[in-house]
Design a protein around this ligand. Sequence first.
Ligand code: GAL
Length: 990
Amino acid sequence: MFVFRRPHGRLTARSAALALLALSASSTLAPVEAAHAAATATTVPPAHTIAYDRYSLTIDGKPIYLWSGSFHYWRLPSPDLWADVLQKMKAAGFNAVEIYFHWGYHSPKRGVYDFSGIRDVDRLLDMARDAGIYVIARPGPYINAETDAGGFPGWLVTTAGKPRSTAPDYTAAYREWMTQIDRILARHQLTDGRGTVLLYQVENELYDDSPDSRRYMQDIEDKARADGITVPLTGNHNGNFFTGVGAVDMPGYDSYPADFDCTRPERWNSVYDFASERKGLTRSPLFFPEFQGGAFDVWGGPGYEACRKLTGPDFERVFYESNIASGSTMQNFYMTYGGINWGWLSSPGVYTSYDYGAAITANRQLTDKYDQQKLIGYMTQAVAPLARTDAVATSVPDNPRLRVNARVNPDDGTRFYILRHADVADTSNDATHLRITLAKVGATTIPQQAGTSIRVNGRDSKMLLADYHFGKQDLAYSTSELMTQLRLGDRDVALLYGRHDEEGETALRYAAEPTTHVIDGNVATHWDATTHTLRLNYRHDGLARVAISQGDTSLLLLIGDNEEAKRFWQLQTETGPVLVRGPYLARNASRDGEQLALTGDADKAGDIEVFAGPDTHGFSWNGTPVVADATPSASLQGHVDGPQPVSLPSLTTWHVSEAAPEITPTFDDSGWTATDRTSTPNPYWNHKLPILDSDDYDFHHGNVWYRGHFKATGKETAILLAANTGVHLGNHGIFTAWLNGHFLGNNPSGAQQFPIDPRWLKAGGDNIVSVLVDNTGHLQEEHSGTFREPRGLIAATFAGSPTDIRWKIQGNVGGENLPDPTRGPFNAGGLYGERMGWQLPGFADSRWATTTLPHATDKPGVDWYRTSFRLDIPTGQDVPIALRIHDIAPHHYRAIIFINGWQMGRYISDVGPQTEFELPAGLLNTHGDNTIAIASWSTAQDGGLGEVSLVMQGNYRSTLAVKPVVAPDYQQVMQAQKALAKPAKANGTN
Ligand code: GAL
């Protein structure tokens, strides 16, 4: 047993006594809820003890099943929506959230760190505490995550030290970050009772056991401890760092059995049995820091609905329950909410949406994957014995196409049978009987009712319980699955479920024959006096209800098909749990005397039913009392209203301006930076000098312009241009080039010789090559430094004449010195319009021409389109809105979409697949004026911009309240730009 608690000496005797008092006062609350109560109280919060053994984590001595989901706050730049996602996770039974902290997102420049506004992780961790959810913190330094440079900051690109090693300059850099982030994480640790940070992951998937990697891991661990991290240190290094130098406290395995090819979503891979890994772990439980929760999609890919199908409810059932069968008590799903690669956050290969086909969509909506996770998640939290089990032998099913695994809790004998097809890809509909072992009676074949069976229809898995005690009940077995059980006053309530129309059998033991009353549904009962067992037989069809009582025990058994079961929500109040049936989402329950105050979301008008103790005489929903009737199930039933209809404005009139003056030979680039560097610490520049790599001139993200000046001999016949725009999972970057205003052509990452028409040259005069280069992001990293690969132009030579060419470069204004730190380092690139602030609210576009969309152009270059619109979404409604671009046929252009100055999308007409770009509330003003600006880069003679519209992706009556994210407008950013330009004239704005 390994124990983590607040270090001795930090508590005085008095504060320790207070802490104990506070702990006992809140003893009805789980530590996760107690942390909230404690943090808001004035006394010293109670310390909690986190420990673990080979079975599970324990908190204050209680074994827990960790059911966790990944969420990246930096992929949702509207803090009030973080609370929404966390509450939705908690509502589905997740007791933990796993969070990557993104170094580059907080640090635009060496020594500069920002934890305010959308980067306020203190606030995020408070929200997790308030939602009652533990946090697995993953601060890197390296995080991978399909984000630019795997989370390394732009300024690290041009340093020399080997990444993820003990190299001194790399070490100095990451220690800077750790000092900053650890200081915040340390304030929120469960060990101190001030927050819910439960675990701290060291690095990310370091698959290298070299002495240097071990030393590097050890250095990070020592640094974390020195920074006050007292929770267990975990790893996802798949077999590495279990023992010796650099070993983590709790090692783990990442696993993506469906891999990432969403083009064939029907395809299934086999289940890998982690039982041997479980056996090999003698000190800590089988932990999945990342088990597949979806898949990322790539430019040109099939889109996220295909990924959601690849990793759909059937996948979740089979694979997550198979992890339970292997004995895992710690599962985190990557991702549960994926979010948005807004700005230039993505690494090469992936596009704006990082929806991930996850349980919760990028626009925060619940899917059937969420429902499925809720079914299993509730069970993991309701069935305490699941946190400590050993594998046991069991008879094979009488149908050989099926296989079953059995586990038993060594303390109380609860048994778990996990049943599925032997070949997980098998889609046949099979029936079987199981021979299970029951206390007292021994081997028993179930179901017992003649002519009935247990079914596994296709890619399905069932986890059946036997010899399970809950409340005052003694469940012999059930061929239905248990979703949850709770004690309400003096009765127990259990919710069982199964696939629609499949047979079910449930057996409960009583001292004497109980009274049974079938309130609803078609359930046959049979009392066996010799075994003292009440057997119920039924088909799962809608929701059946049976009241059973004997002596002082009383049980309400709810038996639903999956559709009915998933409509239940279990919430925790100050005085115990309640069950709510009906609405789209139930967020919170609190007690107000004899009344319950419930909050949640409704997608339509409908019933709401509340199961609570006998001391509950009514309830309110979102602040309004509900007229409710008592039901024969001793519940209260009422009605909730749906949302009011909403219609969105159509975007009819646009202002348009040409915006690539850099192409024109007379354009004044005197304020631009000359690319005159001849040395760099970055070993990745292996091209001719001077250095052209945009990172060397502090332009790390977004588009970059180059202007090359040369004195023509007149003999130049062609120019070879080479650029690196980032190649990974495809080559979808691009550069376009002009000579003295004449279009040369385009190319993705690579080199191309562009022929020169002699009439374009001014022999003996100043000639200009203008090149606009995409930057699809920096590569992720193993060890070799690939994130340092240059971006931008890498070579330019003439054919026909050895003419010399000198380049100037211009990227985002200020480079690493951000004029708009609120929107941050990933928001802005180096397009002319961006440098002029055309994306920002407050810019006056009234002198621009007006147009409608779609709009076609045969002129390669960049055009900006702007429009504004007003929204007045009814208060108390959550209406996820997206911007849609529609082209009847693909054109050659790529559009960058800004909403109120925030870059929320990159669309490539001829690559796809994304056409709808989520506009998160908070960035979108749902009660006022909004500005859309779209920069469209026509990369060939058939560019322009397609039809643009607003799309309502959902409509919910909700308690979610979203405050606008305050960000500077046009005037403020322009002023900041001017202030920046003064001391160093280097990065001028024209
Ligand atoms: C894992 C990695 C994550 C993410 C995932 C794929 O290997 O740890 O950061 O990249 O793969 O989405």
